[in-house]
Write a protein that binds this ligand. Sequence first.
Ligand code: FAD
Ligand code: SF4
Length: 463
Amino acid sequence: MNNSMVKTPMPSQDPNVRNGNFQEVALGYTEEMAVSEAQRCLNCKNKPCVSGCPVNVRIPEFVAKVAEGDFEAAYEIITSTNSLPAICGRVCPQETQCEGKCVRGIKGEPVGVGRLERFVADWHREHQEKAEAAPSEKSGNSDKRVAVVGSGPAGLACAGDLINMGYDVTVFESLHKEGGVLVYGIPEFMFSKQKAAYEIDNLKAKGVKFIKDVVIGKSLNVDDLFDEGYKAVFVGTGAGLPRFMNIEGENLVGVYSANEYLTRINLMKAYRDEYDTPIKKHKKVAVVGGGNVAMDAARCAKRMGADVHVIYRRGRDEMPARAEEIEHAEEEGIIFHLLNNPVRILGDDKNEVEKVECIKMELGEPDASGRRRPVPVEGSEFTIDVDAVIMALGTRLNSLICDTTEGLDQNDRGGIKIDEENNACTRPGVFAGGDAVTGAATVIKAMGAGKKAAAGIDAYLHK
Ligand code: FAD
Ligand code: SF4
């Protein structure tokens, strides 16, 4: 037993070095560090940490195996409910999920569940020569074809469970690369894209087929999929439409949505000389927003050589980004203008961004979200000189699939309407999950939804 009140520290790149490169910030535990951290677990009988995990990873069991040094057994336990452990260990908001419920957290720091999950996944990958083999036992489902639309975490989790049940699974992806936000949104310094590629290769080895560069709703629609012989369709198309503020100057050259900026950098590798993707190296960038996407965009802009100013209308305590992401951004030299909100963007005679005008805010009464509503302070306007503004204000569903599929209704948040029991949509045979249903959420929630839909599809096909 390790009685330390704090987590075993995670080695990481020096902030002043890492803010100039795109390599992973956190370097991961050694075997000794992992065993030592695992020995902090109390193996609680009622397992509060498990109830905090959206896919119910058997946390005390896998942590006990790490404490014994049996890392492969730990991997088997994790992957019995989570097919993307290397990714979840890095990007899940553990502080509000498993670690938020950890008994160790009452008097000190919780057990570093995310760090251990990441360690186990990396250890397995380093000790494994090639991608996993196909499951040998088929359950008589192999003549039933299922289409999965979208290859983000929801689609990958759904495809993973369906292939394990023996179905014939094909994933349709509109981009030229699989992975969804994992490859086009979340930056390389959060986790290396090789990790996502490894998890996708595992699915391919198990027999999942991927068809890229196909936009369902344009090149083919859901009816075409049924006509082609698919017996069920899962829609995991995410929520990729960016929101803007609708303020003056948002059409100036140098105003980006965070999605566009991050896609150019992450998917199209604009930061590497050998790639053609155009991106301007800005000198002073304002990023508007306080979530994970804002932190990722700000940290990318820093790595592209800019001075970066995050503008957020509430205070630090209200920022929705993960605590670790905010701390990393601060360490890397990003400047925060909290309780400020842009009111217009000013351009020069070439229509390029020159300044952003902001107004100071104060917190009023709580709004519908329970957070105190930011209220502008009259007469407090001021300007910041910038040559780019990145809007990271959230995203919403692109309604293309609903618009082109008869009987597929939307919910009151603009997402696809589902039955919470089994993720079935209003059109029989169609299931949905992830950001396409909930709006922007988390990787693990999208995976949980993909898994639930896979169970729903299995039940539907055996009716
Ligand atoms: P997506 O990942 O969006 O995948 C949807 C896929 O469907 C995409 O590949 C898209 O190209 C494809 N598609 C869309 N329309 C069609 C169509 N018509 N036909 C075919 N294919 C289509 N979550 C965390 O837990 N931790 C984090 O640190 C974190 N950071 C984030 C940072 C950024 C920059 C962003 C944008 C999101 C972040 N999130 C984070 C949120 C998380 O990534 C999403 O909640 C999650 O990826 C949703 O998964 P999904 O499968 O529903 O959708
Ligand atoms: Fe271990 Fe914390 Fe879970 Fe208890 S709550 S079993 S200490 S990880």
